[in-house]
Design a protein. Structure first.
Length: 552
C-alpha cells in the first residue's frame, strides 16, 4: 500500500509530500490545477518513460520518492532473488535530470527501469476510462485471475510445451526418414572405406616417427656407399701402384713400411665401410610405403573433416549411426506414440481448464450483472463467453478464446464489447468488473484517473459507491471532477495553483491541501456550483455527503 509520496521539482510542483492510508482518497481541483502531475509522478515511479519537460524550470533534476508498506511475500521474494535488501517499508525513487536521463532506486540500490516495472506492477494498479481490463487481449487473463486458475494454466502451459517438444522430435525424425536410403548408402560406403583402411589410434604420429628414422638411415647408407666407391674407383689402386714404384727406391725401407701400413689401414677401412653399409637401416621401399599410407590417411581424414589420428573413432561413430538407421522405423513408431500421448494429455488438461473457465465465466457474468443496477446499467446485458478452439489453434493458454459480450438496451443482440459500448458505459462496466474481481484484501494501491468522465448525477453517485466498496478491501485513489464521487471519500486532497512573486518574477506553484470535513463540504460545493459558492450549493454538498455516508 502507498504510504507516502514525495515530489521534488516536477513541472509546477517545487516540493510536496503526501501521506496516504487505506480507504478511498479523492483528488479534486479546477481544470489545469495540476492533478495530472500527481499521476505523472506515480507513473514515473511505476517505471514509465521520463521526459526532460517534466523537470521544473530552473531545477537541475526532479525526484519522486514513494514509500510502500504491507509488502506481500511475492514482492519480498522478488527483491531477494535480485539481491535487493529487504526492510519493513519499500522505498522506490526515480530521479530525472534536465536532459531527460533518469535513474531508478529500490531501497537506495540502483535498478533498471525494467526491474522497477516488475516490482511496481505488484504494488500499483493504474486505471483510466478506457482500461486495459476491457481490451480483448486481456479477457482470458482477467477470467483466469478471477477463477484463480494459476495451477490449471501452469498445467496447460507445461502440457503444451511437452506436446510441442514431442512434435518437434517426431518431425525431425520424419525428415530424416525421407533421406534414410541415401543416408544409409552414404554411411555404408564411408564405413567400408574406413574399415578397409584399418586406421589405428595415433597412427599418423607413429608413421611420421618411423619415416624420420628411415630417412636418416637412407642418408647414412648413401654416404657409406659413396665412401666405398671412392676407395674402389682409384684410391686403392693408385696406392698399390705407388707401393710398387717406391719398392724400387734404395735405402727407403722406412718410407715403404709407412706406405704399407697406410695401405693396410685403408683396406681395413674399405672392409669396415662395406660391412656397415650392408648392416645399415636403409629401406627406400618402406619409406615410399609410409608416404603413400600417410597420404591415404590424410585424404580420408579431410573427407570426414577430422584428423588422421581420429579416423578410427569416426569409423565407430558412423557404425553407430548406421545401426540407428536400421532401427529408425522402430524409433519412428515410438515418437509417434509419444506425440499422440502428449497431444491427448494436452487436450485433456485443456478440457479441465475449459470447464473451469465456463463455470467461472458464468460466475463472473453474474457478479458483474449484480453491479449494473447500482451503476445505472439496469437494462444492460453482459456475458463472458468461453469459445472452444481446434487443436490447430493451440497455444500455451489452452484451447479457448474468451469474449466479453454486451448489450446496452433490452431487446438488442449482444455483440463484442468494444463494438457496442460507449465511453461512459465502458467506464462503468470496467468498475463493475474491478469490483467483481476484488473480492479479498489487497496490498495493491488502485488508482483511477477520471473514471467518472462523461457521467454525472445518480450515475456518478453510483460510481462513487462502487469505488468506496472497492476501497473496503484496500487502498483506492481517484482523480475526479464529480462531486458525487468526492462525497464518498475517506480522505480528500485538493490540488490548486498559486502564483508567487519571487526575485521580481511571478512563479506558478502547484500545491495540494488535505481537506478537513468542513473544507471538504466547501470543495464539493465548488464542484457543484463553480467558484461562486452559494448557500444552496453548501446545502447540496452536505446532502451529498450525508447520502454517501448512508450508501457507503
Amino acid at each position: 500500500m502507498l504510504k507516502q509520496l514525495a515530489i521534488r521539482n516536477l513541472v509546477l510542483i517545487e516540493k510536496l509530500t503526501l501521506e496516504f492510508d487505506k480507504g478511498l482518497t479523492v483528488l479534486t481541483g479546477e481544470t489545469g490545477a495540476g492533478k495530472s502531475m500527481l499521476l505523472d509522478a506515480i507513473m514515473l515511479i511505476a517505471g514509465e518513460r521520463s521526459d526532460a519537460s517534466l523537470v521544473r524550470a530552473g531545477a537541475d533534476q526532479l525526484s519522486i520518492t514513494a514509500t510502500f508498506d504491507n509488502i506481500n511475500n511475492d514482492v519480498r521474494s522478488f527483491l531477494k532473488e535480485h539481491g535487493i535488501e529487504d526492510a519493513d517499508d519499500l522505498i522506490l525513487r526515480r530521479v530525472v535530470d534536465k536532459t531527460g536521463k533518469s535513474k531508478a532506486f529500490v531501497n537506495d540500490e540502483t535498478v533498471t527501469l525494467s526491474l522497477l516495472k516488475q516490482i511496481t506492477k505488484e504494488l500499483i494498479e493504474i486505471h483510466g476510462q478506457f482500461d486495459r481490463l476491457l481490451e480483448s487481449s486481456q479477457y482470458r487473463s482477467v477470467l483466469d485471475y478471477f477463477a484463480d486458475h494459476s495451477t490449471l494454466t501452469t498445467n496447460v502451459r507445461n502440457a503444451y510445451h511437452a506436446m510441442k517438444s514431442a512434435q518437434e522430435a517426431l518431425n525431425q525424425l520424419r525428415l530424416k526418414v525421407e533421406d534414410v536410403d541415401d543416408l544409409r548408402e552414404t554411411l555404408c560406403r564411408s564405413v567400408q572405406e574406413i574399415s578397409q583402411l584399418k586406421p589405428k589410434k595415433n597412427e599418423e604420429q607413429i608413421l611420421l616417427a618411423e619415416r624420420d628414422q628411415l630417412k636418416n638411415g637412407v642418408v647414412n647408407a648413401k654416404a657409406l656407399q659413396e665412401s666405398v666407391q671412392i676407395l674402389n674407383t682409384g684410391l686403392l689402386s693408385q696406392l698399390t701402384q705407388l707401393q710398387k714404384t717406391m719398392a724400387k727406391l734404395e735405402g727407403e725401407e722406412e718410407l715403404n713400411l709407412q706406405l704399407n701400413r697406410n695401405l693396410i689401414d685403408l683396406n681395413d677401412l674399405e672392409q669396415e665401410l662395406r660391412a656397415r653399409h650392408y648392416k645399415s637401416d636403409a629401406n627406400p621401399e618402406r619409406l615410399d610405403a609410409i608416404d603413400e599410407r600417410l597420404m591415404t590417411l590424410r585424404t580420408l581424414a579431410r573427407k570426414h573433416k577430422t584428423t588422421p589420428d581420429e579416423l578410427y573413432e569416426i569409423e565407430e561413430t558412423l557404425t553407430q549411426e548406421l545401426s540407428q538407421l536400421e532401427d529408425i522405423e522402430y524409433q519412428l513408431k515410438i515418437l509417434e506414440k509419444d506425440y499422440e500421448s502428449a497431444k491427448a494429455f494436452y487436450k485433456e488438461t485443456c478440457e479441465i481448464l475449459h470447464q473451469s473457465r465456463v463455470t467461472a465465466g458464468k460466475s463472473l457474468t453474474q457478479r458483474v450483472m449484480q453491479e449494473f443496477p447500482a451503476l445505472k446499467l439496469e437494462n444492460a446485458q453482459f456475458k463472458v463467453d468461453v469459445i472452444p478452439l481446434s487443436l490447430e489453434q493451440a497455444t500455451i493458454h489452452g484451447l479457448d478464446r474468451v469474449d466479453y459480450l454486451f448489450s446496452a438496451n433490452p431487446g438488442t443482440a449482444m455483440h463484442p464489447l468494444a463494438k457496442v459500448a460507449s465511453g461512459g458505459e465502458l467506464s462503468r462496466l470496467m468498475l463493475a468488473l474491478k469490483v467483481s474481481l476484488q473480492q479479498k484484501g489487497s496490498t495493491t494501491s488502485i488508482i483511477f484517473d477520471e473514471i467518472d468522465s462523461g457521467v454525472g448525477g445518480a450515475t456518478a453517485s453510483a460510481i462513487g459507491a462502487r469505488l468506496k466498496k472497492l476501497s473496503h478491501h484496500g487502498q483506492v485513489m481517484v482523480i475526479t471532477h464529480a462531486p458525487q464521487v468526492a462525497s464518498f471519500a475517506n480522505y480528500h486532497l485538493k490540488v490548486k495553483k498559486e502564483v508567487r512573486h519571487e526575485a521580481g518574477n511571478e512563479v506558478t506553484h502547484t500545491l495540494v491541501d488535505f481537506l478537513p470535513d468542513e473544507l471538504r463540504i466547501s470543495e464539493i460545493a465548488r464542484m457543484l456550483s463553480g467558484e461562486n459558492i452559494t448557500a444552496e450549493a453548501m446545502t447540496a454538498a452536505r446532502s451529498l455527503q450525508e447520502q454517501a455516508s448512508l450508501n457507503a
